[in-house]
Design a protein around this ligand. Structure first.
Ligand code: UD1
Ligand code: UDP
Length: 364
């Protein structure tokens, strides 16, 4: 089978980390197409180096833009690529604009789409990712889900159950495969922090960054944290935090550039608590055993709340401070969700080996 795997943004790279070697081992001829949605070295190259990901066969240089410009440009370039290469299937991962662009371009060329991380739902159509998830899943011939609830969501939306495979969470496999590689990594010390003596924060969702009152609530609560806060700052967030009055160092907070994956994993493992609005970080916190506070109105990763690893709070400074205090004093242990293990990529290979049945109407 010839497979083109589309990636474009930071969380996509991490998802293909464990996948590419498993595909090769499974005899699947898979090559990466990088749209270039993320392009800074700290948002792209570092992940290929940290995770030994094969270099993309194609780099499409799409870059930043409005949703339509970014998605449309990626579609145009992917369409040209898919038409020339005619792979047996196209795999898209996660829920970013590159995911949607890959699914749309492939489906319209009658190339079956495989979606890894299908079926997650926040039920919040103001999130660009929810739009991307819904459309991608409707266009997919094979849907690989990270949680059983994903299967239920898809079936409720009319997806043929035979197309759905509950493979488990690939982000979890990445954590489990990489934690042993960083046993001795002491990243906190480089920031004059002690393991267990700091809070790690990441915030980049438009629902927080693009609403000044919410962003300043995040800034106020983090500044007042009882422990120092290390804040690797996404490029979209930093200028907006500046406008919201958070300087490089404000109260307890220290903003730094985004860090590489292995450093991030070590920082999450060693933090006393994590405050985030990231999808992947909610899952990783659950895997490394660090209590998490998620500053959002909803989450498609509800399972992390369900097992007791995560607290979902609205962006008010009182709510965030209270949840952080709870996370810092919590002694609760939790069970990792089903199939968040090291066999996820192997299950993907097994599903692909069973063949990808085109959606009706693909042929001819
Ligand atoms: C995208 C995804 C989001 C994901 C996030 C992961 C969509 C709709 N959103 O959001 O789901 O959680 O990636 O990080 O696809 N920028 C740089 N350098 C880069 C990349 C971006 O400076 O290498 C800046 C640009 O100013 C750009 C802005 O960040 O306009 C936003 O980038 P974009 O890819 O559009 O969306 P993200 O917020 O990164
Ligand atoms: N991440 C990282 N360095 C950082 C911030 C995040 O390596 O400075 C990793 C994080 O560990 C996780 C992934 O990026 O694996 C999550 O991506 P992000 O938060 O950008 O997107 P989301 O998951 O919210 O779509």
């Amino acid at each position: 089978m010839r497979l083109i795997v589309v990636v474009g943004a930071r969380p996509n790279f991490i998802k293909v980390g464990p996948l590419m070697p498993a595909l090769a081992e499974g005899g699947i001829d898979a090559a990466l197409a990088h749209t270039g949605q993320h392009y800074d070295a700290t948002m792209s190259d570092v992940f290929f180096a940290d995770l030994d990901i094969p270099q993309p066969a194609w780099f499409l240089g799409v870059g930043s833009g409005t949703h339509a410009v970014q998605t449309g440009t990626a579609m145009m370039r992917l369409e040209e690529l898919f038409a020339a290469e005619r792979p047996d299937a196209v795999m898209v991962v996660g829920d970013v604009n590159s995911t949607l662009a890959g699914a749309l371009a492939a489906a319209k060329l009658h190339i079956p789409v495989v979606h890894l991380e299908a079926g997650l739902r926040s039920r919040d159509m103001s999130m660009p990712e929810e739009v991307n998830r819904l459309v991608t899943d409707q266009l997919s011939a094979m849907l690989l889900t990270p949680v059983r609830e994903g299967d239920d969501n898809l079936i409720a939306e009319g997806v043929d159950p035979e197309r759905i495979h509950f493979v488990g969470n690939i982000m979890a496999e990445s954590v489990l495969r990489n934690l042993p590689r960083i046993e001795d990594r002491t990243v906190a010390a480089a920031y004059d922090l002690k393991p267990g003596g700091y809070v790690l924060a990441t915030i980049h969702r438009p629902e927080n960054t693009d609403h000044p009152e919410r962003l300043s609530a995040v800034a106020t609560s983090l500044s007042a944290s009882p422990l120092p806060v290390l804040f690797p700052t996404h490029p979209r967030t930093r200028p907006k935090l500046g406008a919201a009055g958070l300087e490089q160092e404000s109260g307890a907070v220290r903003m730094v550039d985004p860090v590489g994956y292995l450093d991030m994993l070590a920082l999450q493992r060693d933090a006393a608590a994590i405050v985030t609005d990231s999808g992947g970080v909610q899952e990783e916190a659950c895997m490394v055993g660090t209590p998490c506070v998620t500053v959002r109105r909803n989450t498609e990763r509800g399972i992390t709340v369900g097992v007791g690893a995560n607290r979902l709070v609205l962006a008010s400074s009182e709510a965030i401070s209270a949840a952080l205090a709870d996370a810092l004093t919590s002694t609760l242990a939790w069970d990792v969700p089903e199939r968040w293990d090291t066999e996820v990529s192997a299950r993907v290979v097994t599903a692909l080996a069973g063949g990808v049945r085109p959606l009706s109407g693909y042929e001819g």
